[in-house]
Unconditional design. Structure first.
Length: 71
């Protein structure tokens, strides 16, 4: 049996900006990333606050932000 992640729900939670209520993956970054990558999305922490709150976590939305902000 794998040991529980020592960062889950503690250190990770301090950096989690996700506003989606009740998600069981908050603070468990490996599960969050796996879940969103499977949907061609990125986690909440890849987006600024205003975009994060739209719950559009798509690769396309991320690419729009990158292109809009330039090099
Ligand atoms: S980004 Fe998605 S998977 Fe991660 S905590 Fe928020 S709702 Fe859950």
């Amino acid at each position: 049996m794998r040991a529980a992640c020592p960062n889950a729900k503690t250190a990770n939670a301090k950096f989690c900006n996700c506003s989606y209520p009740g998600c069981p993956r908050q603070g468990i970054c490996c599960e969050c990333l796996r879940y969103h990558l499977g949907l061609r999305q990125l986690p909440a922490c890849c987006f600024p606050e205003a975009v994060e709150r739209t719950y559009d976590r798509s690769f396309e939305r991320f690419a729009q932000l990158v292109n809009a902000n330039g090099p």
